[in-house]
Each structure stands twice: as structure tokens, then as C-alpha cells.
Write a protein that binds this ligand. Structure first.
Ligand SMILES: NC(=O)c1ccc[n+]([C@@H]2O[C@H](COP(=O)([O-])OP(=O)(O)OC[C@H]3O[C@@H](n4cnc5c(N)ncnc54)[C@H](OP(=O)(O)O)[C@@H]3O)[C@@H](O)[C@H]2O)c1
Length: 430
């Protein structure tokens, strides 16, 4: 298509949609090579809600699907959110009409990416989603474009700024998870009504599912992700992990081996001098491991109106200039099916924290249980902690299959001197 002025339809005028409108109003000719953008239609739920940008001169659509189908725009931007519902129908409608789509919707791409990629390619309509992962920090283009000369072996990082903010605050103040979450909700760092997507690890799982597809050329398969959030992280664990030289982070990772692909999100102990341990506050950070290139580290804002809108604009520029690749690195038809590895056979080290009764013989019983399960101990720490009934015991294991460590933890839980279920947290392999 040869046009210099692109007419853009924007569905969703929340944080990111309004941010995009501000950017386009200020810099309509942001794109290289003399292209410019003009917003010719917008859609949101409420027509009367006050917006941080002036939309009075832009045609309004009550229905985002009608905006997606309208002949008055050449490019459709979806910033509504949600894996199904109006966002999905609108995106499908635009693609079927052969219209390029730019979205920031990680849930949609992680859960329906393969079918949408097939639809996009069948209708020769680009589908771009830089803003879906790490907000303004360009992780998607990095994997889809910059890394294609190499073979990516794995990616791992901090993909949810809310969780990272909460963990950072818990460490800084010694306060409980519930307290810090409530404060994060007040400050707008966490969703007020339902923070589950963030703290349960689901948002990070959407993002790592997308990165895995881009890195390994496989169909994005959200259902295969193993997900554990930060709800059960206790202030004690943050303190004790630090005494052992670690910081607890919610790490999302994807790796490839002969057995298949592993995609997981779980709290992880990172050595204090590790770059991921040093990424504190509401930031995102990512390691990419390339066979030839080695290790790349990216860190930056993972959310916010300005950064995320800039990522959306970068995708719009790609559409304008024709710099568009297959949706997931490889054409949809040739994407490999997702072959998950057996998680219980993954080998790693673990931190285990027990709360035991203050009586003789407990340590011997714990050690014996571990020996019976064939898990060897790397370090052992027994430390009285104020405000806690019972004595915390912390141990770290040598590397063992996760199923073996889980069995040892089950046996420890059954010991009469153990007061509450032991807490197991994996130790970073990187
Ligand atoms: N916030 C971030 O920093 C960030 C970063 C990266 C990616 N993203 C992604 O970007 C997308 C948008 O996020 P956001 O934070 O901007 O969300 P948001 O602030 O909640 O805004 C959502 C927008 O969608 C509109 N909307 C909801 N249902 C609709 C419907 N049925 N028809 C038309 N419009 C509808 C809402 O309308 P009203 O305004 O009238 O209620 C609102 O303007 C999501 O997919 C999100 O995951 C966000």
C-alpha cells in the first residue's frame, strides 16, 4: 500500500489508548520516511467519561467492532484488553478485512495468538504487539527481529512490575504481603478490584508465553505454562533469603531442551549480585540467552501511558514503512506445536523454610527425612525470629529433580515437630 497519511482507528481510551492519542496529537509525523498518522475514529465504553486528551473532534464509535470494520481507517489499534469478548472480535474483524492491527493485549495474543497469526497471514494483514510484553521496553522486536540470526536457548526475567514493586516494598519495610498489596492498590500500582492477574503470576505467564513463541518458533500455548504467584511469600522468607545471600523475585522463564519447551512463572531466589536481583521497584528486566550471541540483558519500564504508547507507535511505524515480519518469527503454518517438558523432572536447587517446635531432636529428624528422600543439603540455618511462634529452620538443597524435592518437603510436613506446611522456593539456575 502506498499512502503517506495513515488513518488510525483506536479502540480503548484507558491508560494506553489515551497515551497513544496524546503521542499522535503531539507528534503526528513521528514515523520515519515522511509518514504521518491521523486518528479518524475512537471507541471506548463510556462516551461521557472525562479523558486526559481532547477527543471532541474525532468520530466516536460505540462499538469497537464497527470501528474495526470501518472504511474510514487503514489501521486498527486495539487497546481494550481481555483474551476474549469485544477485543478479540474487533481484532478478527479488522484482520478479515485485510486491515493491519496493532495491539497491546497480552492475554489475547498468549491465548489466541496462533489462530490470529493464521488469520493475519491468510488476509495479508500485519498483526503487531510490541506493547504486550514489557510495555515500552522492546522485547518483542528483540526476539522477532534482532535475534533471528542466532538460536535462542532461553529467556528469563521480571515481567510484572506490580509483583516486583510489592516484593521490593516488602523487603524495604519488613511488612506483610497483604499490607503492601493494599498500599500498592491505593497508589495505583495494583488493580483495585481484582489484582489476581498480577499477583497470581497470570499476567507474567501471558507475557512469557508470547516470548517463548517468538524465541523458539512454536505456537503460543498459554495452557502449558506452569504458574505460581507471590501470594504465599512471607516477610520471613524475604528476610531469611537475604541472610543466605538471595533476593526473592517473581521470575518468568522459557527454555528449550531436547525434551521440549518449558514455560514457567514462580517465585525464585536470585543471588543478591545477580542483575535480576538488582532490578527493584516497578521495573521489568529480561535475560535472553543466544547460542552465538551469549547473554543479553534488557531492563526498562514495563507499563505506563508514555512508555507503552511509544511501543504501540513503533508498531504503527513498522506497518507504515512495510517493515513487517511473520507474526511469531516463523509463518503461522510452520510454527512448531508446543511440546512441554515434564516439569517434575527439571533439576534445580531449592530453599525450604520450616517452622518447628523448640525441642531437641528436630534438626536430626529433618536431616534424616531429607537423606531418606535422597536430597542433599547445601546449607542449614536455624534462626530465632521475633514475633514468630516456633523456630524457623531454613535449608538450601543441592540440585535434585523437582519431584524428589517435593517428596522430601511432603515428608518433612508430616513430622510431628513441624508446625506449619514447609515453604519451598526454587533457587535461580542462572
Ligand atoms: N496499562 C499499561 O501500562 C499497559 C502496559 C502494557 C500493555 N497493556 C495492555 O494494553 C491494553 C489496555 O490497557 P489499559 O491499561 O490502557 O486498560 P484500561 O485503562 O483499563 O482501558 C481500557 C479501555 O478499554 C475500554 N473498553 C472496555 N470495554 C470496552 C468495550 N466493550 N468496547 C469499547 N471499549 C471498551 C475502556 O473504556 P472506558 O474508558 O469508557 O471505560 C477503556 O478506555 C490491555 O490489553 C493491557 O493489558 C497495558
Amino acid at each position: 500500500v502506498t499512502r503517506k497519511v495513515w488513518r488510525i482507528g483506536v479502540a480503548g481510551l484507558g491508560t494506553v489508548g489515551a497515551g497513544l492519542l496524546s503521542l499522535l496529537a503531539e507528534r503526528p509525523d513521528f514515523a520515519p520516511a515522511g509518514f504521518s498518522a491521523e486518528v479518524t475514529g475512537v471507541s471506548a465504553r463510556s462516551r461521557t467519561r472525562p479523558r486526559p486528551v481532547d477527543i471532541s473532534g474525532i468520530p466516536w464509535f460505540d462499538d469497537p467492532v464497527a470501528l474495526a470494520a470501518s472504511k474510514d481507517n487503514d489501521l486498527f489499534v486495539e487497546l481494550i484488553g481481555g483474551s476474549d469478548g469485544p477485543a478479540k472480535i474487533a481484532v478478527e474483524t479488522a484482520l478479515r478485512a485485510g486491515k493491519p492491527v496493532v495491539t497491546g493485549n497480552k492475554a489475547l495474543i498468549a491465548e489466541h495468538g496462533a489462530e490470529l497469526a493464521a488469520l493475519a497471514e491468510a488476509h495479508k494483514a500485519p498483526l503487531l504487539f510490541e506493547a504486550a510484553v514489557m510495555g515500552g521496553t522492546p522485547a518483542v522486536k528483540m526476539l522477532r527481529e534482532a535475534m533471528v540470526g542466532d538460536e535462542v536457548e532461553g529467556v528469563a526475567g521480571i515481567l510484572n512490575g506490580t509483583c516486583n514493586y510489592i516484593l521490593t516494598q516488602m523487603e524495604a519495610t519488613g511488612r506483610s504481603f497483604a499490607d503492601v498489596l493494599a498500599e500498592a492498590q491505593q497508589l495505583g500500582y495494583a488493580e483495585r478490584y481484582d489484582p489476581t492477574m498480577d499477583i497470581g503470576g497470570f499476567d507474567a505467564a501471558h507475557k512469557i508465553t508470547i516470548l517463548a513463541a517468538l524465541a523458539f518458533g512454536c505456537a503460543p500455548t498459554y495452557a502449558a505454562a506452569e504458574i505460581e504467584g507471590i501470594e504465599a511469600i512471607d516477610a520471613i522468607d524475604i528476610r531469611l533469603a537475604k541472610d543466605l545471600g538471595y533476593r526473592i523475585k517473581l521470575i518468568a522463564s522459557a527454555s528449550r531442551s531436547d525434551g521440549g519447551v518449558s514455560v514457567r512463572v514462580h517465585p525464585t531466589l536470585c543471588p543478591l549480585d545477580h542483575p535480576l536481583a538488582r532490578a527493584n521497584g516497578a521495573v521489568n528486566a529480561l535475560f535472553i540467552e543466544g547460542r552465538q550471541i551469549g547473554r543479553i540483558f534488557l531492563q526498562g519500564p514495563g507499563a505506563g501511558a508514555g512508555p507503552t504508547a511509544a511501543a504501540v507507535a513503533a508498531d504503527i511505524a513498522d506497518v507504515m514503512t512495510g517493515a513487517v515480519r511473520p507474526v511469531f518469527q516463523a509463518p503461522a503454518k510452520t510454527l512448531r506445536p508446543f511440546a512441554p517438558v515434564d516439569a517434575s523432572q527439571q533439576v534445580g536447587r531449592a530453599y525450604v523454610r520450616l517452622l518447628v517446635k523448640d525441642e531437641p531432636g528436630v534438626i536430626a529428624a529433618v536431616s534424616e527425612t531429607l537423606a531418606e528422600a535422597k536430597v542433599s543439603i547445601d546449607s542449614f540455618l536455624q534462626k530465632p525470629v521475633e514475633d514468630v511462634s516456633g523456630v524457623p529452620i531454613v535449608l538450601t538443597t543441592h540440585a535434585a529433580p523437582e519431584a524428589v524435592i517435593a517428596e522430601a518437603v511432603r515428608r518433612m510436613a508430616a513430622l510431628p515437630a513441624v508446625i506449619e506446611p514447609p515453604r519451598m522456593i526454587r533457587i535461580a539456575r542462572i
